[in-house]
Design a binder for this molecule. Structure first.
Ligand code: FES
Length: 104
């Protein structure tokens, strides 16, 4: 599947990934070091914060209370913010667009 990723400098790049693992892992594996993902995907650091293009949001699995609480701690939360480690990749996500959020 193809994902369209905009980095914190506003530069966009498309990546081809297999629909397995998490969105965070796919982004990291394709060279976006600003997505630090310091906790390694256990929903405790919020350094994997991304802003999903709104039209794709409904197709993603719902967020847990833990993810919601962590995002609430960010000064840069937006309507369509997600923690990318909490979003499993699926074949239906082909074409997904997102922007890597400014981290606190
Ligand atoms: Fe730490 Fe996602 S990698 S919350």
């Amino acid at each position: 599947i193809t994902l369209h990723i905009e980095n914190q400098q506003g530069e966009a790049r498309s990546i081809e990934v297999e629909p397995t693992g998490s969105l965070m892992e796919a982004i990291r594996a394709n060279g976006f070091p600003e997505l630090q993902a310091l906790c390694g995907g256990c929903c405790s650091c919020a350094t994997c914060h991304v802003v999903i293009e709104p039209k794709f949001l409904a197709g993603l699995p719902a967020m847990s209370d833990d993810e919601d609480d962590l995002l609430d701690g960010s000064d840069h939360r937006e309507e369509s913010s997600r923690l990318s480690c909490q979003v499993p990749l699926t074949g239906e996500m082909d074409g997904l667009k997102l922007r890597i959020a400014v981290m606190d």
